[in-house]
Design a protein around this ligand. Structure first.
Ligand code: FAD
Length: 583
């Protein structure tokens, strides 16, 4: 059916920041009266952030200095730096025949907002105006048929197209390839007008969606029928179903609801050589076609629709916090649970550095809670012998019926106690739920105040998890040392599988000049090398994008890479789909 978008006042990208995270008005700021306090986007005071930047990142002591503001380019200045557009008139003319005028955007602001993803490097380049190439147009399809028309036109006129979901990737997945030899027109295909739930089969518990739908909208649509999806990445509010599939995402509750590859049953993909529809079945036979497109990062085709499994909304969601005397102790508790077949919905273990960071980001709580936290700390240090600097926080979540939750908790608690885990109650779980989408706002704040922060992650076999955790942190710290710099790195372990888990690193440092970005790239290289040495994956859920391509041949091996390149050539002979990514 044709989509009526006459009521649409703004497209999703027009509501969010071009150079940061979230809605345009949502900004963390230094308090106007007290320069040691930061105001959260919700207005609540965060007292630990500036001391954290000062002490942990810069090794300062004594009184807190006033944070230096480092504003980036204004929108007008950034627009002035956009490279001249390359416009393929024949392509535009063909697209204009099939689509409405409001679906085709050639203006600077549309181009700028589709230039990069959301990692530190992306945001730094936006703030400084470092862009050699930008999309020349943004097109907003409203249906599968629109995508077919677009891909046909792009193929015919040799125009590059980059599928764009929420643009929240952090591995350079949507930026134009600066190495593309031909100066072809580049068009970003913004999927966020394709948000319909096309059908729901309650008996089989599956639903068909257009894949431009973002997290909250998807769950709202399912919620009307008593279901939810169960995919909760930290980028949930702004990322899309298509992006989750194409980047092989994984959400915080993956232990119970699965990673994205367990959630998708079938897909429609528009490729330059035809439309592929993977069979809808309870289990594929022969070669798993979905596997060819999950994680394909837009290089084989545009995913337009997907049939996904849906979950009944659990009546009980119980999240609580634990403190462990060390990362190793918490990790042993996790490992034991997994080995015994105990699978809480979510188990996140923050190492000592991440734990301190997470406490520093807390906003003010009622006085009784602060007193309770102090009493717990005193008890743990004086009675249980915990060392504050080694203490690690675990967030443990259970979802399901009351009986299921009780049963899983009954199984988990003794294991956690065996390794000296101390339960600090549900308020820690509630606090985590409240703040789990905050980090990108804090990162924006850091960038606007002479600091940077970023993340990377891997999945690793259990035998390598602790050595890999140690080696990565050491490798990163060594790079800082070699360059006479200092910084902070923390890690959390999550997503437990039968044979291994995910290690997720957050790191940050001062941002003084452009050399900091060079050092940052060296840090990432050192971290990736350390990960690979410990048989870690190039990524657990952030994907390959542009940034991990230098390692892809080592990772896949030459014959596999050749095979994938041949497949790419078959489906996309002119290499118009997101060139330079993944392979
Ligand atoms: P985009 O960033 O727009 O695109 C990602 C890739 O998918 C690109 O290669 C693009 O070309 C391709 N693509 C998008 N849509 C389509 C389509 N319809 N057809 C074909 N290709 C398409 N990821 C997680 O998995 N778990 C997390 O917890 C998580 N937390 C994050 C937290 C923050 C603060 C940030 C910034 C990122 C986080 N990410 C996380 C990474 C990112 O959000 C995911 O990779 C997400 O799946 C990307 O979805 P998107 O809709 O934004 O896709």
């Amino acid at each position: 059916a044709a989509v009526d978008n006459s009521a649409l006042k703004e497209d999703a990208y027009q509501r969010i920041k071009w150079n940061g995270w979230g809605a345009k008005h949502a900004v963390m700021k230094v308090d106007e009266q007290d320069h040691t306090v930061v105001r959260h986007v919700n207005g609540k005071p965060i007292r630990g952030l500036i001391p954290f930047l000062h002490k942990e990142i810069n090794g300062g002591d004594g009184p807190l200095p006033r944070l230096e503001a480092t504003p980036g380019l204004s929108l007008e200045e950034a627009l002035a730096k956009l490279p001249a557009s390359v416009v393929n008139d024949a392509f535009i003319a063909q697209v204009q025949k099939g689509l409405q005028p409001s679906q085709i955007r050639l203006d600077g602001e549309s181009r700028l907002t589709h230039l990069f993803g959301k990692n530190y490097r992306d945001l730094w380049r936006l703030r400084k105006g470092f862009f050699e190439r930008a999309p020349d147009a943004v097109v907003l399809p409203q249906s599968h048929d629109d995508c077919v028309k677009l891909v046909e036109a792009a193929h015919k006129h040799n125009v590059v197209i980059i599928p764009f979901g929420g643009g929240t990737n952090v591995t350079g997945c949507v930026e134009p390839n600066p190495f593309d030899p031909a100066r072809r027109m580049i068009v970003s295909i913004d999927m966020r007008r394709m948000t319909r739930m096309l059908s729901i089969d309650k008996e089989s518990r599956v639903a068909t969606f257009e894949v431009g739908v973002m997290g909250p909208d998807l769950d709202e649509k399912l919620g009307r029928h008593g279901f939810m999806f169960g995919h909760d990445p930290d980028s949930y509010i702004y990322s899309t179903l298509g992006g989750w599939i194409a980047a092989r995402g994984s959400g915080a509750m993956s232990n119970k609801y699965g990673d994205i590859e367990q959630m998708v049953l079938s897909m429609k993909i528009v490729t330059p050589t035809g439309v592929i529809e993977t069979p809808l079945t309870s289990r594929p036979c022969g070669v798993d076609l979905n596997g060819m497109f999950i994680g394909s990062e837009g290089i084989f085709g545009i995913i337009t629709e997907a049939v996904v499994k849906v979950e009944p909304i659990p009546p009980v969601k119980h999240y609580e916090g634990y403190l462990f005397p060390s990362f190793e102790a918490g990790y042993s508790a996790f490992y034991k649970c997994t080995a015994k077949g105990i699978h809480p919905t979510c188990m996140r273990l923050y190492d000592e550095d991440d734990t301190r960071m997470s406490f520093a980001m807390k906003w003010d709580e009622p006085a009784y809670k602060t007193a309770l936290s102090k009493a717990i700390k005193t008890y743990l240090t004086n009675v249980k012998g915990f060392k504050i600097e080694k203490m690690c926080l675990v967030i443990l979540g259970f979802e399901g019926s009351r009986a299921e939750v009780n049963h899983q908790r009954d199984l988990t608690t003794p294991v956690f106690r065996q390794f000296d885990g101390f339960c600090v109650g549900q308020s820690a779980g509630a606090g985590w739920q409240e703040k789990k989408y905050d980090l990108p706002y804090i990162r924006d704040f850091a960038l606007a105040h002479a600091h940077w922060a970023d993340v990377f992650e891997t999945s690793v076999l259990y035998a390598e998890a602790i050595p890999c955790w140690r080696a990565v942190k050491e490798a990163v710290r060594n790079v800082w040392k070699q360059h006479g710099k200092r910084g902070w790195i923390g890690c959390h372990a999550a997503h437990q599988y039968r044979f291994g888990c995910c290690l997720y690193f957050t790191f940050a440092s001062a941002q003084k000049d452009d050399r900091d970005l060079e050092v940052f790239l060296k840090l990432k290289t050192a971290a990736t090398e350390a990960i690979l040495k410990h048989r870690g994956n190039l990524s657990h859920h952030h994907g390959i994008g542009f940034e991990h391509v230098p390692w892809i041949e080592r990772y896949f091996g030459t014959p596999t890479l050749d095979l994938l390149l041949k497949f790419k050539k078959d489906v996309d002979p002119k290499n118009i789909l997101n060139p330079g990514k993944l392979l």
